[in-house]
Structure formats: C-alpha cells, structure tokens
Design a protein around this ligand. Structure first.
Ligand code: ATP
Length: 517
C-alpha cells in the first residue's frame, strides 16, 4: 500500500475510534486545529506522564513548573521572536495556495534521498546476500549523480537560509523546477517573511501597548522563572526545569494532520549548567532522549539524529531526533545548546540581574542552557503511525490492530462477559472493580459477538482482553487474550493483576532508561 494511503487510513482511524477529531467539526473544522477524543486523550496523557516521570522523577536535579500562556510582551522582544520568528512564505498564483519556501526545498532534497534509496533497494534485491550497500553507494554512477545534485542543492539552500536571501530561495525553487503539487505550475510569487506569533489584546483598552502574544514555545516561561525556582528550591547547578504546555504558531502551511498544528503542546526542559560544560550535557541529553524514544520498542531503525549545520546565532550545537513517518523522516524533538543567550537577553530587557552565585567558585555568572523540546502531538502521531497495522489472518479474515506500546495504551484491559445473563456481567464487573484501581480497565458490554468485541479492542490498542464465560463462576478462571499474538490462555482471576500490571505500567518503561545519579 502506498505510504500516502496508509497515512489517510491512520487519519480516518483516529477519527473513527475516538482518538482525534477536527476542531469545531460540526462547523466543518478549523484549519490545523484538532481535538483529542476519549481514547486520544488517554494516549496523550500517558505520553506526558512517561516524559514527566522520566525527567522529574528519575532526575533528582530536575523540577517542574507550569507557567502561564500569556506573558509580558517584552519577553518576546528579548527572546528574538518579535523580530525573527519568521518563516519564508511563497504563493502559487494559479492554485492560490501558500507554502513555506524552505519546506518546498527540503522536500526536493528528500526526493533525491528517496531516489538514492530506491536504486540501492533495487540493487540489494538483485544481488541478494552478497550486496555491499556502502560500496554501491560509493561507486554506482546513478547514485553518485543524485548525491552530487543533493549536495549542490543542500549547500545552496543552507547559504540562502543563513543569509536570509529570499531572492535566492525563489531562484532555487525555479532552478529545481519545483511545481505546486496542486496546480502543477511554476507560477510562483516572490518569497516574503511571515511572523508566526498570534497576538491579541489584553484588558479593555485596545491601544498598541496592550498587545500581547500567545506563547509560541513554553521555554520562555522557564527562563523568566529561573531565579524564582533556583532561589526557592535552593537549586545548585547543574539543574533542570521541565514544563508541559500549549504553544501557538500561525503556521503558513498546516498539513499532515497533527504533525503541524496552529495550537499544539510541547514538553520542554531547560538544563542550566556551568559555562564550558554545555557540550558534555548536550551529549548526555542527546543520548538520553534517544533512549527515551527507543524504550518504547518502535524499532531503533525508525529514529535518526539530524545535526543542524545552520545554527541559530546564539546556539553552539543543535540536533533533531527524527522519526520515520509515512511521509519520511521528520523531526519530533529538538535538542539545543543555547549558550547563555536567553538569560542574558532577559537580564538586558528586564533590568534585573539574572545570575547564579556559585558557592564553590565564589563568583556570579550566567548559566549556559541545554534544552530538550518535544511536541506531544508529533510524538502521538509517530506512535499512531507505527502502531497501525492491517493483518491478514490464517483463516482468511483480516484485522486492524493498533500495536501501541502497552504502557501507553488508552485502555489496558477490557473485561468481556460472554453473554448478558447467568451472572456473567456481574462477575465481569467484579473483576473491573478490582483491577480499575491499578490500571485503566474497561467493561465491554455483551451487545456484540465476542469476536467483534475483540476486534474493537484491537482497533483501539487494548493489550489484554479478559473473557468471563459460563465456567468462570465454577472454576474462578477466565480467558486472557493477548492483542498482538491473539493467543488465549485460561488463567485464575487472582493471577490477572500480576500478569498485566508490570507490563502496562509506565515504570516498566522508566526502568529501561537506567538513570544513575
Ligand atoms: P519545524 O521545523 O517542523 O517547524 P521547529 O524546528 O520549528 O519545527 P521547535 O521550535 O524546535 O520546532 O519546537 C520543538 C518541537 O515542538 C518540535 O520538535 C515539534 O515536535 C513541536 N512542534 C513545533 N511546531 C509544531 C507544530 N506546528 N505542530 C505540532 N508540533 C510542533
């Protein structure tokens, strides 16, 4: 199945099974804004819990905060967002659609990569076991030609972005023959800057001094609380402040479902350290964050680092963690070494001293910062894309199963009475009433056949089903069915909790992270 079709199916599965709905659905939706449904919110909460606990519980020197969305407007002047939080925008005159010029060019780079991968895959199939991919890549004339084109475009693009040279960005689009995917034409306007912050007015007066912004990232709420937390928590460097919250960006092109939204949620952590130690911490966080992703068991090959060559003027290192989505490898998280830029800027703009007194060195200085920043919604999407599976079964039928990492599944266990009589519903309810204190357990009404009810649980990713049948009241046993293997076994009711609890707990993931302090 083409990747595009798979993605479409995932989007409609999300709606059909109560994971994600378009916002304002009965009014035909609002572009790039989505609501999470009854299953989506559980999965999202589990992602957040996993992140929070891995940061705040596992690290003695990390604490959390919850800062407000509205902040003093000068904060965004200090952070550089008012002047520089822009994307290069380009319109196609025929389709009247708007695009990000940099994304059009990145997609073109992705096409060269795809072409190289295709040649390699074709050759691998032809030559079988004896195939040496590295050698083929280094010598095959067609691959080398694609690589040359890729490198040339990449350098030209990086230089244009670095110099904010919009004419050159447009020229690249024309030279590469990039066409609008809708109109199929090259009738492009010039490239212009577009600021991504939403603004609104605060209070009754509408003069310009009351203009405030909806935060485009949660990080600034952490920087402006640095002293509050450091002093009241008596924090010693190095230490981190973590936060989960909404962020807003007026994205030019909002495509790809919850990948690029105008209202989204971030999980960010700013790690404050001594100047000179930031590269050590940058490497620590780079590895730790990848391990966090990999602990979910979604295939280590589906992740890669993308080190930034073009760094923001204040950064001295930056990398993205990318996940293999159906539309290519895409950023889900950024790890940035931001030097002392933000704290120094806030010191300058607020007129307050924002320094750390180091008792060991007996001096004041501005700490350096390493940040980890991940989008909850992109993480959600990567999990949905990886988990959605269509299976052909041996008996000729098929099923759709969401192979969600068990600790993140919205419902961990569904208890299903075989029929709606003979005391079976009561027995099933008893089991739910016991298990619900330990993990999310759902009672499954016996309206449909047991087979249908299993399929429904498969489709929402429930790892375990427990069936109560006519023997249960006699032998105190139930049938336990496993989502992924569909294996069924008869187990004692008292054994249920023990079998499931460890597998579905967030702590089973945390234990894989092996943090030593
Ligand atoms: P992109 O280049 O894709 O626009 P970015 O580099 O601007 O992303 P950051 O500013 O580093 O993203 O934000 C950190 C994280 O927040 C991203 O890795 C992503 O997971 C998430 N994020 C950013 N913008 C959006 C958005 N519009 N919708 C959903 N998640 C987002």
């Amino acid at each position: 199945m083409a990747q595009e079709d798979t993605f479409k199916k995932i989007v409609s599965h999300c709606k059909e099974y109560g994971f994600v709905f378009p916002s304002s659905d009965i009014y035909d939706g609002l572009a790039a804004v989505y609501d999470y449904g009854q299953n989506g919110v559980e999965l999202k909460n589990n992602i957040k819990q996993y992140w929070w606990q891995s940061m705040v519980l596992l690290h003695n020197n990390i604490v959390g905060i919850d800062s407000s969305i509205f902040m003093h407007p000068t904060i965004w002047k200090a952070s550089g967002h008012v002047d520089a939080f822009n994307d290069p925008l380009i319109d196609n005159r025929d389709s009247k659609k708007r695009y990000r010029a940099d994304v059009l060019i990145e997609d073109q780079l992705g096409k060269y990569e795809e072409k190289m991968d295709k040649e390699i895959a074709k050759a691998a199939k032809k030559f079988g076991d004896s195939f040496d991919a590295a050698q083929f890549r280094a010598t095959n004339p067609r691959v080398l030609e694609y690589q040359r084109k890729y490198n040339e475009l990449h350098t030209r693009f990086a230089n244009a972005m670095e110099a904010s040279n919009f004419e050159e960005l447009k020229q690249i689009i024309l030279d590469e023959g990039i066409v609008d995917p809708i109109s199929g034409t090259k009738n492009w306007t010039d490239v212009r800057q577009f600021n991504l912050m939403f603004s609104t007015e605060m209070g009754a007066s509408a003069d310009s001094s009351s203009k405030i912004y909806l935060r485009p990232e949660t990080a600034q709420g952490i920087f402006v609380n640095f002293l509050n937390v450091q002093k009241t928590g008596r924090m010693k460097l190095p230490f981190g402040i973590a936060q989960i919250g909404k962020a807003f960006r007026n994205e030019i092109v909002a495509r790809q479902f919850v990948f690029r939204m105008r209202e989204f949620e971030q999980m960010e952590m700013q790690f404050f350290c001594q100047p000179g130690t930031e590269m050590e911490w940058f490497n620590y966080w780079k590895q730790y964050r990848l391990a966090w992703h990999q602990a979910l068991g979604m295939g280590n090959d589906n992740y890669r680092y993308h080190d930034h060559e073009k760094l923001a003027h204040y950064a001295n290192a930056a990398t993205d963690i990318e996940f293999h989505m159906p539309f290519g490898f895409k950023e889900v998280e950024g790890i940035h070494s931001r030097t002392n830029f933000d704290l120094s800027q806030h010191e300058k703009f607020s007129g307050r001293q924002i320094k750390y007194f180091d008792p060991e060195r007996n001096e004041n200085y501005t700490p350096y910062v390493v940040e980890t920043s991940i989008g909850v919604d992109r993480m959600f999407l990567s999990i949905m894309c990886h988990s959605y599976t269509e299976e052909q079964l041996e008996n000729g039928s098929s099923r759709v199963v969401l192979r969600l990492p068990e600790p993140l599944a919205p419902t961990k266990c569904a208890v299903l009475p075989l029929v709606n009589k003979d005391g079976l519903p009561e027995k099933a309810q008893e089991i739910v009433d016991d298990l619900k204190f330990h993990f999310n357990t759902h009672y499954g009404d016996p309206k449909d056949s047991i087979g249908k009810r299993y399929r429904r649980q498969d489709a929402v990713g429930t790892p375990f089903c427990v069936t109560v049948d006519h023997d249960t009241p006699k032998d105190h046993k139930v049938t336990l069915r496993y989502r992924d293997t569909m294996k069924q076994e008869r187990v004692d009711i008292d054994a249920l909790r023990g079998i499931m609890e460890e597998r579905v707990s967030i702590s089973s993931l945390l234990k894989k992270l092996n943090v030593k302090e």
